[in-house]
Write a protein that binds this ligand. Sequence first.
Ligand SMILES: *Cc1c(COP(=O)(O)O)cnc(C)c1O
Length: 324
Amino acid sequence: MLHSRIHPIKFITKHGCCVYVKRDDELGFGISGSKLRKYQSLIPYIKQQSIKYAVLIGGAYSNNIAGLAQLLVENNVVPYLFLRGDQVPLYQGNFLLTSLLVPTEQINWVRRENWKYVDAQAEAFLYTLPQPSLLIPEGACMLEALPGSLSLGEDIVRNECEHELLFDHIFIEAGTGLAAIGLILGLRKLKRDSQIHILLLAINEAEFLEKLGGFYKHLVQSLDEDLSWEEIRKGLYFYMPTTAASFGATNQKVFKTIIDIARQDGILTDPIYTSKLFLEAQKIILTTPAITGNILLIHGGGGLGLMGYQQELEKQLRKEKLIK
Ligand SMILES: *Cc1c(COP(=O)(O)O)cnc(C)c1O
């Protein structure tokens, strides 16, 4: 099972609270920690089914596509990509990395106005490929990635035992939602009732709960013990970002946060997911008196995303007069 460490951070300080970070970012360099957990069950499934071709859906700068492409190539699976975009975007960040891994002939561009049809288009393309082949939805948010995702909850319980503490509150961000769903189901399966705070970056609360319900149903069917929906649903709190709110958006505040966290805690965060989580968690913790005790922030990785924002980061360093 994948194991990452926890340690205290200084970026968020509040009387009566001990704030820790879980370093899932340290699980891999080329692949984000939260993605590695998903692939721990997805890749064995792909091998077991002898899958030779995979069709992946996502944004041009997706962590999932840049990450999963590595493991597919390694395992002799040919990846075909359906990427969102009206034209080929700049060769930087994750898209540059993806282009190192996947030939351009295997990339299909889907215009934004047609994005609602992408699943149907990708599925139609899948049937033109020799079988067995597999459709991998955005964020690899699929049943085959659930067992791996559950390990986040199990690993936190291991951190709790090692450090002889219990986390009262855990903060995580959601893109397609599976990483957070793995955390929730993994913890509740082990009868841990920590309050879980979810920052919704690319999904709304209703969609998230519907997905959670679907994965929950699948999980209880494979479990001997019972796990009620009430146990799952209790103690979940949802938030929307208050700055650079739309998915993928960035602004000066985000870049300032990246620098602050780096200077105070020596941790690199990315502008799309983890710096937003730290920033919003700070706001929520400082403005909610009921949040006290041991608090854990999940750092799910995504550091390579920084590659796409070099100019912005340099500009921010200059603006804060940290460089001349
Ligand atoms: C992919 C990713 C997410 C989103 O995960 P989902 O399972 O799609 O919600 C969050 N944080 C980081 C760092 C990621 O790489």
